[in-house]
Write a protein that binds this ligand. Structure first.
Ligand SMILES: Cc1ncc(COP(=O)(O)O)c(C=O)c1O
Length: 380
């Protein structure tokens, strides 16, 4: 699904030299490389504070801790996302409230979100799934009207942007009160181990979170709040510093591959290509853009699983993200959830299939993949 070795070749010298220098200086945790990366990412995102941490799951959890959410507070998020989003809500003994998503963008459905708000609701977690921002105009408006926090789960969409109705444009992860991301190796900006970060424009929240990631310490060995141990290490920061200047070109390479996939699939019955908010594959920094963490088709003739088996037989990597809606997962099932509220997610889990998507895909590979998919679906 990804080709991290190919991507490494381009940054090999910088990464190898940077890692060697960390080993020489022994500044393994929170060293100068981490501070430099933090500043560079703040600059790239146009956000006041980036707080690096150990992974994207911690980033979400720490964001919720920083906002002071308490057991019993309800937090609304999408039913169709990676489990980490709901896991941290449950770990903190908050009450997860899962809602349906949109069929075309796979992102949180705004009517379902509004319907789910109660007097106990404290926060909304829009997930920018597969690399495209949720409808942030509507999410922020609803949050403001109901006095709710917005925590953006931006694990899959770093580098994406959202154009608001008033014409302003913001980077994914910087629109709500707080945003989180993951630097897991296969992410659009991935390190060579685990890593994550929290973003906010709120000075007080940033201060609180800086303590939480480091055992609740603001002064050494004085623990003012309950914290965790969640820090980015210097070796990962070296890798991220080498990749950050290339992130926009990585996103463009992904978009270019997506453009080729979609051109090949357009007009073929039973294959629905991913929808983009601006319906354009051109990069325009002044517009909402999709960064294609995943390129996800819907196979609408009921043959998705057969297609997956066929691709397997041809050694074509593919992924089913996600095969089970969160509201039906053993860990998160709840009698509060009614099936009629999840018609779209229940449909998506049967139809979606993601194709290889990375910065090193070439035309030959794309043609091989698209011909295989079209050939199989047309035969059925
Ligand atoms: C939507 C979403 N949220 C959170 C995470 C968690 O990130 P991490 O694996 O770095 O903990 C992921 C990672 O796959 C994700 O896709």
């Amino acid at each position: 699904m990804v080709d991290l070795k190919g991507q490494y070749q381009e940054i090999k010298e910088q990464v190898n030299n940077g890692i060697a220098s960390v080993l020489e200086t022994s500044a393994y945790i929170n060293g100068p490389e981490v501070h430099a990366f933090q500043a560079e990412l703040e600059n790239y995102l146009g956000v006041k504070h980036v707080i690096p941490c150990a992974n994207g799951t911690d980033a979400l959890q720490i964001a919720m801790m920083g906002l002071g959410l308490k057991p019993g507070d309800e937090v609304i998020t999408a039913d169709f996302t990676f489990a980490a989003t709901v896991e941290v809500i449950a770990v903190l003994q908050l009450t997860p409230v899962l809602v349906d998503v949109d069929l075309d963008t796979f992102n949180i459905n705004i009517e379902a979100l509004e319907r789910a708000i109660t007097s106990k609701t404290k926060a909304i977690v829009p997930v920018h799934l597969f690399g495209q921002c949720a409808n942030m105009d509507a999410v922020l408006e609803i949050a403001k009207k109901n006095n709710l926090f917005v925590i953006e789960d931006n694990a899959q969409a770093i580098g994406a942007s959202h154009k608001f109705k008033d014409g302003s444009v913001k980077k994914a992860g910087t629109m709500g009160h707080v945003g989180s991301t993951s630097f897991f190796p296969s992410k659009n900006l991935g390190c060579y181990g685990d890593g994550g970060a929290i973003f906010t424009n709120d000075d007080d929240l940033a201060h609180t979170i800086r303590g939480i990631v480091n055992h609740g310490m603001y002064r050494r060995y004085y623990h003012d709040v309950v914290g965790v141990n969640s820090r980015l290490d210097s070796i990962q920061a070296v890798v991220l510093r080498a990749k950050l200047p290339l992130l926009d070109s990585y996103c463009e390479k992904r978009r270019s591959a997506a453009r080729k996939y979609s051109k090949a699939f357009l007009g073929h019955e039973n294959i629905v290509v991913p929808k983009m908010a601006n319906d354009s594959f051109e990069i325009d920094q002044n517009y909402s853009c999709h960064v294609f963490h995943q390129y996800t088709l819907r196979i609408t003739n009921g043959k998705r699983d057969e297609l997956a088996a066929f691709l397997q037989s041809k050694d074509i990597p593919h992924g089913i993200y996600y095969p089970v809606p969160l509201h039906l997962q053993e860990a998160y099932k709840d009698e509060r959830y009614k099936e009629k509220e999840f018609l779209v997610t229940n449909q998506l889990v049967k139809e979606v299939i993601s194709l290889p998507m990375h910065t090193e895909l070439d035309d030959e590979q794309i043609n091989y993949i698209t011909e295989a998919v079209i050939g199989f679906v047309n035969d059925k």
